[in-house]
Write a protein that binds this ligand. Sequence first.
Ligand code: FES
Length: 569
Amino acid sequence: MDKKRRSAAWYGKLDRDGFIHRSWMKNQGYPDHAFDGRPIIGICNTWSELTPCNSGLRDLAEKVKRGVWEAGGVPVEFPVMSLGETQMRPTAMLFRNLLAMDVEESIRAYGIDGVVLLGGCDKTTPGQLMGAASVDLPTIVVSSGPMLNGKWRGQDIGSGTDVWKFSEAVRAGEMSIQEFMAAESGMSRSKGVCMTMGTASTMASLVEAMGLSLPTNAALPAVDARREALAHLTGRRIVEMVAEDLKLSKVLTRQSFENAIIANAAVGGSTNAVMHLLAIAGRAEIELALEDFELGAEIPLLVNCMPSGKYLMEDFCYAGGMPVVINRLAEKLRPANTVLGIDICAYGEGAECFNDDVIFTLDKPFKPAAGLRVLKGNLAPKGAIIKPSAASEHLLQHEGEAYVFENIEDLKANIDRDDLEVDASTILVLKGCGPKGYPGMPEVGNMPIPRRLVEQGIKDMVRVSDARMSGTAFGTVVLHVAPEANAGGPLALVETGDRIRLDAKAGLLELLVDDAELAKRRADWLPEESRYTRGYAKLYIDHVMQADRGADLDFLVGKDTQPVTRESH
Ligand code: FES
């Protein structure tokens, strides 16, 4: 028995504690040699039928186990909370930090030496990485993989992105309800995550760009047999990582976060990546600020995938996937270690592109300089973001009158009123949808265009809120305004008729109201009383930090890598 190995403290003792730890595990049929000192590998699984995107993970866990046994380890699968983005209310983001707590405490409390994270749907990957970073064992990721391309009436359709388009078409009278409902079955044809470059595929792509999984993990379709082989190989690799003591902190470095920011720009990744990377960095005790995302501002868009382009993840896979992107970004990437113990550039070396219309080059990009822009100004003293690649070029510098919705109920009740006083130049403002406000910061920042403007053919307007936006959505949408309205940010003071100036190119978001008037409004402002007075939601509201800190809970920042004390037996 390797006494330095973590599991030795559970299974290596010849005393009463060792007896209890081994004996109860043996009720599952483990033979004596399972506890002779070989590495115990945790498989942290977010499988759930309530998270359809992760419903293939039970099968993948079996393939990981094959690899672990083959390499001389002992696999032990354990469940953690699963977050089904399309199924949870009020919003899955409310529970990301709860999943992270579950992951952290599950890993720490058990006698495992390394962990394989099985996640996929939007919040599961970041929640698992946050929790794992706070424990810092050798860690590797296997993602669910994307669904096959959606198909409807001979066309490819993309999860999320086409839902927004279809629902706008219904509102404009261009699509019938029957057609709308018929598209549902064609959109989700297989197990897996959304097959656009939404948050799930963005996070899986960034996992690969940070070297946290084996190459090709992001884009292989969920139902492709090669994903099963990748899971098998991942099981083998985690056993080697334990032998090499290749902890998560040796892969998660400042450089790997910078690479994630660069890769996020190159793939046209989700705005949600900002929140998640900030939160993971906080757990890993790495200095990362909202301003660091400007690193991506000059990186061109290489990947032609929805919502910024036209293809889907299946096409991205067949074109070569993330290894090609990493290869083509090599001159921009920072030297950084990977789970293979080699530099990220070596990890992508030799990758061939099989479709230049899906993955472009730095010299001839799909779109120039398309990374996220960080906005600052008196309307967002702690920042806000916008995704120019999903916005309308002519609105990126725009000044207009605000039309304010005080909360989501106000928006839903009034957006389609025939007498709504808005035109194409109006800036729609939504309050009450930040981390504390909703609570959980839902993906409602891409407010619908008012019906009377949709009927005039208006497809985009400037929208400003403290909410997030789905990674599959698009539009000239300013998100994550911090501090949020419910935390007393200047957003709380905006009134209909105020003028707002957005200059995404200069990184500015300004409320053009004089200071004396703002001071008067501030004196009259009262925080809204929360109706959440108990349970996890109360804990969340009392401790959640603002968007510029990744909306983690304040007491969860950092890690605890000390041996567990006060053993239970
Ligand atoms: Fe799960 Fe999109 S809803 S990945």
